[in-house]
Design a protein around this ligand. Structure first.
Ligand SMILES: *Cc1c(COP(=O)(O)O)cnc(C)c1O
Length: 494
């Protein structure tokens, strides 16, 4: 299987795509075609455990990796999760399910891919024949940073550096990142928002000078952000797994359509769902849920992507994004894989902050996607009501998704046959304890761990060991920089 750039550049293998992260022309790597999963193969997945299902999906794309070794690495990655099943599906009510993706080492869905990526990258370097050290640069809205740090800490031949928006992450997220151990890690705050961090990192990637300077120091740049296909691939697997769990528990018959609602920021998670659909998984609607930063809702309404708008800090910080990088891959698909047109639109996006798709493209997208958003009040109310009704505590991102899933259900035709809805839960409520406690009780607490304790008393939900463990660790990283000085920080670090 080969990978091509959304902007028309060269054809590379899976290992190359993962090692390089982003194509030379600034585009994103996409598979040359979507590998099909037949009905028979889907049925055979019913018998597999989660690691096997993931290895099966990954092998379809990454045929330059040894399949047995891949399975072994994936098994090792998911053995670090607190639940035996890395992606358990919880039945809430008739036709309503929650796919819990937060049982990994950092309590957010980023672990699903970032526990596997270090292997994909390391092995990828071996396959491609790279002998240099690798520098992984990460821009984070809070969760990717910690998940990547955990995944890569103490990895041989790798250094990892994470930039996060100074005021844009929860206290718990900051505590998680800044207490990371390991001799190859660095964490720096940036005065700005996530888009500034992401642009800063992208600029380094797109600069031949920066790359040459790092090369002189013996480093090859790579990315752990969701623009890397190695991030996307493991995420495709849990949609297959959720479907298999629905089928094997008798909730659906093989072949029935299932809808998914995904709390969306950079469009990586929901894009993986679309890739699963393209591979043949019977998915009906994909519901794209945004918070107040509802640039994607506007896009799916109007066909115009316009990121020149106010940026809001919300209680779902991992979705506080105005430039959704992975949308480029979707635009590419719906343009009929027109690389020249995609490149033109992306140039317009960086020059004018705006581009538009044609009415036919929009209509085709809307057949696959429904988009909606939740205000801060909607989110709080949804978390509260849901807990009152079902005794199930959700984090703030999942609260956004649930609100939009309910909105979607309400606007559906009464007479239309409804498919089961799986709402994707992307973080543990304990990762955002102050806001979750506020939603559940109306009480404000300053201290994260006071919030954790109260939520635990109220809900009896188990507190993840990894969050308990960092409470008293020393803060190792305290530095703040400006977007313009990010590369200097990188040089200081290597
Ligand atoms: C990253 C993240 C999201 C958004 O996922 P994308 O793939 O960027 O769309 C949603 N919720 C949580 C908790 C996250 O960490």
């Amino acid at each position: 299987m080969y990978f091509i750039s959304t902007r028309g550049g060269g054809r590379v293998t899976g290992a190359q795509a993962i090692v390089q992260g982003i194509a030379d022309d600034g585009g994103l790597f996409v598979p040359e075609h979507f590998p099909a999963v037949s009905r028979g193969e889907l049925e055979s997945m019913l018998e597999m455990d989660y690691a096997e299902r993931t290895a099966f999906v990954l092998s379809k794309y990454l045929d330059d990796y040894n399949a047995d070794e891949l399975l072994e690495a994936i098994r090792a990655a998911y053995s670090r999760f607190e639940d035996d099943d890395a992606a358990p599906l919880v039945r809430i009510d008739d036709g309503v399910f929650i796919l819990e993706l937060f049982h990994g080492p950092t309590c957010a869905f980023k672990d699903m891919a970032l526990t596997v990526l270090p292997y994909l990258l390391k092995k990828g370097c071996e396959i491609v024949g790279i002998k240099e050290n690798v520098l992984v640069l990460v821009a984070t809205s809070g969760d990717t940073g910690k998940a990547a740090l955990e995944g890569f800490k103490n990895a041989e031949g790798v250094k990892i550096m994470t930039f996060y928006p100074e005021e844009g992450v929860s206290k718990m997220q900051k505590q998680q990142m800044c207490t990371t151990e390991g001799n190859n890690v660095n964490v720096v705050a940036v005065s700005g928002n996530f888009d500034d961090c992401q642009t800063g990192v992208k600029n380094i990637f797109n600069s031949a000078e920066c790359k040459a300077e790092l090369h002189r120091k013996g480093y090859l740049l790579s990315s752990a952000n969701s623009i890397n296909f190695g991030r996307l691939a493991p995420q495709i697997a849990y949609y297959f797994s959720a479907y298999c769990d629905l089928a094997s528990s008798g909730q659906i018959r093989m072949g029935d359509l299932v809808d998914f609602t995904v709390p969306t920021g950079n469009f990586g998670n929901i894009l993986a769902a679309y890739y699963a659909k393209k591979m043949g998984l019977p998915i009906g609607k994909l519901v794209c849920a945004s918070n107040r930063n509802n640039v994607l809702t506007s896009f799916f309404d109007s066909g115009v992507y316009d990121c020149k708008r106010p940026f809001f800090k919300t209680m779902s910080p991992s979705m506080d994004i105005l430039v959704s990088s992975n949308l480029e891959r979707l635009i590419f698909e719906f343009s009929g894989r027109n690389a020249a047109l995609t490149a033109e639109r992306m140039t317009a996006l960086s020059a004018k902050g705006k581009y538009a798709v044609c009415p036919e493209e929009l209509e085709a997208m809307r057949e696959n996607f429904y988009a909606g958003f939740a205000s801060e009040d909607d989110t709080v109310e949804c978390i509260y009501e849901f807990f009152m009704e079902y005794g199930y505590p959700m984090d703030t991102h999942t609260g956004v998704a649930m609100h939009v899933a309910q909105k979607y259900a309400e606007q559906q035709d009464e007479s239309a046959e409804k498919s089961p809805m799986v709402v994707v839960s992307t973080a543990s409520p304990y990762k955002f304890p102050q806001d979750v406690l506020y939603a559940l009780t109306g009480n404000d607490v300053k201290d994260s761990y006071k919030g954790v304790k109260r939520i635990n008393l109220l809900t009896a939900m188990k507190v993840p060991e990894s969050l308990k463990a960092i409470r008293y660790l020393p803060i190792r990283f305290k530095k703040t920089t400006t977007p313009a000085k990010m590369f200097k920080e990188v040089l200081d670090f290597v």
